[in-house]
Design a protein around this ligand. Sequence first.
Ligand SMILES: [Zn+2]
Length: 533
Amino acid sequence: MSIERVRGRRRVAAPVPIRIRLRHLLPCLLALAILAGTPALAAGDALYARALETLGGADRLRAITTVHERVHAQNFEPFQNRAADGPPNHVSDSEIEILWQPAMARFRIATRIETFHPFHAFYDNLEVFDGKRGAREGKDGFRPSPGPALAPARAAAELKALWLGHPALLMAHADSVTRLADALDAGRRLAVYEIAAADALWHLAIDPDSALPAKVETVERDPVWGRVANSYRFANWRVVDGVRVPFRREQTVAPAPARAAPRPYADLVGRVVLREIALDPPTGPDAFTIDGVPSANVPRGDLWAWGHGMSHWFLRRAAMGGQADEDQSQTIDFLEVGAGLYQVTGSSHHNLLVVGPDSLLLVDAPLYPERSRSILSALTRRWPDKPLSHVVLTHHHNDHMGGLAPYAAAGARIVASAADLGLYREMIRRTTGTDPDLVGITEKGQVPGFARPVAVYAVPNGHAFDMLIVHVPDARLLFDSDLYSPGRQAQNPQWARELYDAITYYGLDVATLVGGHGHGTEPIAALAKLVGE
Ligand SMILES: [Zn+2]
């Protein structure tokens, strides 16, 4: 099932959907039964009522105030894999203890995470939110944590994910339910309902045989695909205190409308196994505070809406130790690294800016469109006579190309690994509705149509198979992302070695290194020393 297919089917085949207030469900059913003019609808609504009964009954479900869980999660990232069309990268495992009060929007989430990509590390992180104020303690990534305040985007994302994982509670707390057309899902016919609950719309698919929820999805935004369906599938149902609970769930984030030829495995984001669950355990008055850590107001403004609107993105970043809950769109600095060359800094990810005789070239499109729009404004202010004519992408990882759409919409020619042109074409079509001007590089090549020599080379390496580095020969400067980060302490020795070997193999004249991470420049001698040359 996908939302678009549901809508498509609804347009052509479905009976007019009806809107039901949950507390009016039984009178509605009765009225339909009496009218008896739309037996398919009546049967469908009966299924919804049967599902609520099967899950434990609406009254029992609504009486649940507190959920306490321990889960084990395997976290996958489709856009941190080696090849863009390959399977997702298993970026981490996490053990999570959750205390959640859905009606009060309170949570306490303690996470022990072991990351495998981009660095192997262990982090312990505790987040609390009492419905208004939040705090955090510990570390959840290799970047410095911003302090004890819980970021609004993170709080909103956590709450959204909790609802997504608990279909019975969504049903019990629904403000309204609308029956949509049935959908075929992996050969099964599922009944689909649109539920308004917890400040969002959800599509809940119920298996008519078991009367259990098979899947819940909600439409979110994504820097790469634009609209995505953020979904959980549920399995291994067991009874806990009279309530049926799924002990296994699988999360995917897929473009919506769906691809013509779906690749569900590549959309895999998480597999969660419930280890323990308790309903309504006693909770102390301090359950949603952290001893000795001051809580701060978590405003439900733009940053909250940002986290709520793409919860998957924030939690996927955190799942690889690269949390990005703070707004990184506003600060734009141009750090001069050579004649007419700048590292564009001010966030966790940087671009290289090459100033040509009559236009500008950027390397990489970090993070998300909001940052790219700020960069475009800053470029126009500083170089009003030079449009952005080119963007070179080092590799397909979403933190380096998620900001591509505004550059493509501004008319920039996109230079990228030939292996990724299909991906970027689909990305630009979905996010801007236009066809991009794409140039593919196989092993090496000059950037065509840019009036200053800039050359691009492929690097065989263990981080991303499509990796390109950018050489500006007149400045003897080389830019790379992720393989080596000048000015940063943590380096991956294998990737640094692979970069050094590529520079040597191609015989590049390099004096200065600049990175998509780190800050400022380092001489080539620093890289040579690190790799023992
Ligand atoms: Zn990367």
